[in-house]
Design a protein around this ligand. Sequence first.
Ligand SMILES: Cc1cc2nc3c(=O)[nH]c(=O)nc-3n(C[C@H](O)[C@H](O)[C@H](O)COP(=O)(O)OP(=O)(O)OC[C@H]3O[C@@H](n4cnc5c(N)ncnc54)[C@H](O)[C@@H]3O)c2cc1C
Length: 410
Amino acid sequence: MAETNSSEILVAGAGPAGMIAALAFAGNGFSITLAGPPAPPDDRRTTALMMPSLALLKEFGLFDVVAESGAPLRAMRIVDGTSRLIRSPTVTFRASEIGETAFGYNIPNRHLLNRLEAAVREHGAIEWRESLVSGYRLSDHEAVADLDGDTITARLVVAADGRSSPAREAAGIHTHRHGHPQSALVLNFAHSRDHGNVSTEFHTETGPFTQVPLPGQRSSLVWVVRPEAAERLMEMSNNAISEEIEGRMQSMLGKVEVEPGRQVYPLSSAMPSRFGARRVALVGEAAHLFPPIGAQGLNLGVRDIQDLVTIARASRGDPGSPAALLRYDARRRPDIMARSSAVNMLNYSLLSDFLPAQFMRSAGIGLLAGFAPLRGFFMREGLRPGSGWRHAFGGRVTESGRPSGEEIRR
Ligand SMILES: Cc1cc2nc3c(=O)[nH]c(=O)nc-3n(C[C@H](O)[C@H](O)[C@H](O)COP(=O)(O)OP(=O)(O)OC[C@H]3O[C@@H](n4cnc5c(N)ncnc54)[C@H](O)[C@@H]3O)c2cc1C
């Protein structure tokens, strides 16, 4: 028989953003229904999670178990691998330059998801219903969702239901979408030389080719190419693709041996007109979608969740009220717009033959390579929005209340 249940908060989507949101809200005393099937077991990607995101996992008691499967990221290097007329110098960002030992850790998605799933199942304040929400009835007063023939009423729906976000659609939030003539080939590989915990992003005419360290002499690769090239790379033998990758990296890591299990992700961008409306707040890829450059996606999603929890706590009586959603929209807009535009502009400048675009990219990277204070500002802003400005004006490295990387590891 159909039941009517009520929760303060319904989190729609049990991908990484949904599970992190459920744990964060439950940890702050809210009653949660999490709706959605477990993420597919075959995700071969890795995620570079930055220290501020790991600090939230530490609050859930998950830092050690998540970090144990990952490799610390001590430096990130950008190399211009194009054969264009205007090329940029190599720039290396070292965590030590801003007083950190690592920017974050590169963690296999499957491991991260397994740990989050276990924590969600153990949490007494989270009820996980492993099916899709099949419909919503939303008003300014409450949200009603259909799930497995039952009805769930909630004050707030956290839409962590991905790029097509049915909850976003139901809230009538218009979304501007843009396809890219690019796909990301994802694989892991072993190599004969140490990576030294350095990630290298080669900029190419089809997009970035990014090696990110894994524990031991292993790395993950995100290789952005035209869709037809991705198909060709998927069909290559292991030996042939290993040689191709070693050549692209100029044997920087010695002999390369690609591991079985390549995957392709078609790329697109999406930007909603608002981040909250009619009892629905957007987080993760429901709120922002752009190409995988500079490890921004899930880190930005974690900041969505942190801001939403802060606002919900301040509106404890009604966390999904129109006023709370307006505050959420205003709070997230600058960070989401800045990250999305920077990634999309960099991506455009790689694909485009337009000389001024290449000049701008080259000049920007040249400035970062040659001017340490600007590099420091850029690294601090990359880790924690606003901390670059705070450091420039107040001389403080870490935001009050938010721990440094060293404090997170302790
Ligand atoms: C190649 C690649 C590399 C990346 N590398 C990084 C990186 O290094 N660092 C980083 O920060 N980010 C990275 N990202 C981005 C990151 O992977 C995404 O930001 C993140 O996976 C998005 O998670 P999500 O939970 O928002 O969405 P999803 O993982 O898409 O989850 C959405 C969930 O919603 C569920 N759902 C859909 N409809 C419904 C419904 N009606 N009811 C209930 N549930 C529903 C789906 O089943 C799904 O499980 C990368 C992305 C790619 C493509």
